[in-house]
Design a protein around this ligand. Structure first.
Ligand code: SF4
Length: 462
């Protein structure tokens, strides 16, 4: 295997390692962060975007010691996963790339190092805006249109800059959108390794799930040939049982947010559970993260009810993938006592996977994947989006809805009237934003914050 450089990923893993060290003693971390937060904010993080983002990622002094403990488990799982990929690459062991739409837990059961290409979209954030822009420019210099979703352009940039360990295989799906589908082909071309594409399905009925499951089985056969080893089904069962536990805790935490006031865990949910799902599915540390936030949630909606009532003034629902290059969750909490109670990306309704047979496990993993944000809403008709909005409004009683309209989600751009009319019918005030979720060149943080502030004021929410 040819030698590769992956300095950016190395740096990100080092930042996670530092965060893990810091949060290992959560009470000490809590007081340190509280102490350093005001001067750091005042000094604008010495104008260093990476410091600002790292500080936001550990909650800017707004997380409790228990939440920092949850963060520790998350960072532990991320270090194990991505650190493991880098170590494997250095030892000339095989690495597999997969898109987030592929059930990566199967790769864990194969015992092969694997990295989620679309999750690499989040990692340049940790190194600051300049790093993000370098990734975009690398893709654009290779002729990739800026019309293509920035989430998919970022990993392409990482590959073009030789920042990703070379894979022995690439696993993708032909969904949920044109950006993902077309960028996969470019990744395939650059990876110069055999690839397997799980076919697109348009529905969620039995026939579609059967089709999806059959393709996952075919993908296992493909991997067995490439890796020259058999899938360890017992290991897969152990990992899926772990995933079941993780999903159980996250489902419970999602449901706790129906309570008024909610436990207010929106930020840590977004910051941690989405990366865990993509990078560390079935890892014990991911389950410990889930259990920790479950315990915090239970405590807050029972014993700390009085405190939460004082804290939560506005219940916010986020529809569409939330923006990633900046934090609005903590900012809304701090400025307006506005808490995100439902969010399209991390909302967990994934059902328990039946581990009794190989077939039931694969079918369960197919369904589990179809519950992931973009895949859940975007692989089929507009009804999937509408049902999601209506159900979440009904169940989570938000005071307002913020629609983070990603300019690249073309499948939503052709149906805005249907979405707008649905929001109007619910009577919940809606802010329809049009922005780029990952590209700081396209949006100003101040403009986005002003839009949200004006929306709260104009609707009498503050
Ligand atoms: S954010 Fe929209 S356009 Fe981008 S990958 Fe997801 S579904 Fe596709």
């Amino acid at each position: 295997m040819e030698a590769v450089s992956y300095d950016y990923l190395d740096n990100v893993v080092n930042i996670w390692r530092f965060g893990r060290k810091l949060t290992k003693h959560p009470y000490l971390a809590y007081f340190n962060i509280k102490y350093f937060a005001p001067p750091m904010i005042k000094l604008n993080f010495f104008n260093r975007a990476e410091l600002k983002f790292a500080f936001e990622s550990i909650g800017q002094g707004q997380l409790s010691p228990q939440e920092l403990k949850a963060m520790y488990y998350c960072l532990d799982a991320l270090v194990e996963s991505v650190g493991g990929v880098l170590a494997a690459a250095r030892n000339n062991e095989p690495v597999v790339w997969f898109d987030y739409t592929v059930p990566s837990i199967i790769l864990n059961a194969f015992g092969v190092a694997s990295i989620c290409t679309s999750m690499v979209s989040k990692t340049p954030n940790y190194l600051g805006a300049d790093c993000l822009i370098e990734h975009f420019e690398a893709a654009e210099n290779a002729g990739v249109s800026s019309e293509i979703c920035s989430m998919t352009r970022l990993p392409l940039g990482a590959v073009l800059m030789n920042q990703m360990p070379k894979p022995v295989a690439l696993l993708t799906t032909a969904q949920p959108c044109d950006s993902g589908r077309t960028v996969s082909q470019m990744l395939d071309y650059l990876a110069d390794a055999p690839s397997f594409v799980i076919d697109s399905i348009y529905d969620k009925d039995e026939e579609s799930i059967g089709h999806y499951s059959a393709d996952i089985m075919a993908m296992i056969e493909f991997l067995e040939k490439i890796l020259d080893r058999k899938l360890d089904w017992d290991k897969l069962k152990t990992h899926v049982e772990e995933l079941n536990l993780f999903n159980y805790y996250l489902r419970e935490v999602s449901q706790m947010h129906r309570a008024i006031p909610s436990p207010g865990l929106g930020f840590i949910f977004l910051e941690s559970s989405w990366p865990l799902r993509l990078f560390a599915s079935g890892y014990p540390s991911a389950t410990k993260f889930g259990k920790t936030i479950y315990d915090i949630g239970k405590q807050r909606i029972t014993k700390d009810l009085h405190k939460r009532k004082k804290e939560e003034k506005i219940r916010v629902m986020i529809s569409g993938a939330p923006m990633y290059f900046m934090d609005i969750y903590l900012w809304m909490q701090k400025e307006f006592h506005a808490y995100v109670v439902a969010d399209y990306l991390v909302q967990t309704a994934n059902p328990e996977i039946d581990t009794s047979t190989r077939e039931s496990m694969i079918r369960g993993l197919a369904i589990d994947n179809l519950h992931l944000g973009m895949l859940r809403q975007s692989h089929g008709p507009v009804e999937f989006i509408i049902e999601d909005i209506e159900n979440l409004i009904d169940e989570y009683s938000p005071d307002c809805l913020i629609f983070c309209g990603n300019i690249h989600c073309k499948h939503k751009k052709s149906v805005p009237k249907i979405i707008n009319d649905t929001c109007k019918k619910t009577g919940v005030p809606t802010l329809n934003m049009s922005l780029d979720l990952f590209d700081p060149r396209a949006n100003s943080e101040d403009t986005i914050k002003k839009q949200i502030k004006d929306f709260f004021i104009n609707n009498g929410l503050v």
